[in-house]
Ligand binder design. Structure first.
Ligand code: SF4
Ligand code: SF4
Ligand code: SF4
Length: 168
């Protein structure tokens, strides 16, 4: 089972809720990340999706506002330190969550997240009010983040399964 890629030692308040602050690159060992990473920046420069950046303390973090992870593993391949473990079958345990600010909750038709999902993990079911609401299949979700930037109102978050259950 892969380690969650959140560095649990570095929590902070975000919009009034405590959440894990740093989303680490896929396959990285989050629980030892700040011990093993030298902040060389090689992974940041290697990411073809430009979703990695130097975050707090210069340690690399994922920012899905800039795109999605294609799981190409260029970050892991570029890293000269034992930060990544590619023997983990899954790159991370992250999943998406769709929050209450979703437009469909206000009876506005929108399927942007579903259209962006490469795994067809977001299905739409018609509600009695005539507007289809999104439902996430967490077993199909890879946590790639493609749906996050696609949402016009920022209703999508990416986090651990427990965080997702609180966000929905
Ligand atoms: S796997 Fe590829 S796309 Fe994903 S963060 Fe690493 S370099 Fe970027
Ligand atoms: S390439 Fe490895 S050591 Fe360098 S910043 Fe990225 S994770 Fe840290
Ligand atoms: S994180 Fe990726 S796989 Fe999961 S619902 Fe969003 S687009 Fe689909």
């Amino acid at each position: 089972m892969p380690s969650p890629v959140f560095d649990e030692s570095r929590r902070r308040l975000l919009r009034g809720r405590v959440r894990a602050a740093a989303l680490r690159p896929p396959w990285s060992l989050a629980d030892r990340f700040t011990d093993l990473c030298t902040r060389c920046g090689a992974c940041v420069g290697a990411c073809p999706e430009a979703i990695l950046h130097a975050g707090d303390g210069g340690f690399p973090e994922v920012d899905f506002r800039h795109g999605e992870c294609s799981f190409c593993a260029a970050c892991a391949d570029a890293c000269p330190e034992p930060v990544f473990d590619r023997t983990n079958h899954r790159p991370w345990t992250l999943v998406a969550a769709i929050g209450p600010s979703c437009l469909t909750a206000r009876r506005v038709v929108c399927r942007s997240c579903g259209d962006a999902c490469p795994e067809s993990a977001i299905r739409f079911a018609l509600e009695p009010n005539g507007v289809a609401r999104p439902a996430l299949d967490t077993s199909a979700c890879t946590g790639c983040g493609a749906c996050l930037s696609a949402c016009p109102v920022g209703a999508v978050t990416i986090g651990t399964p427990s965080e997702a259950s609180h966000a929905a």
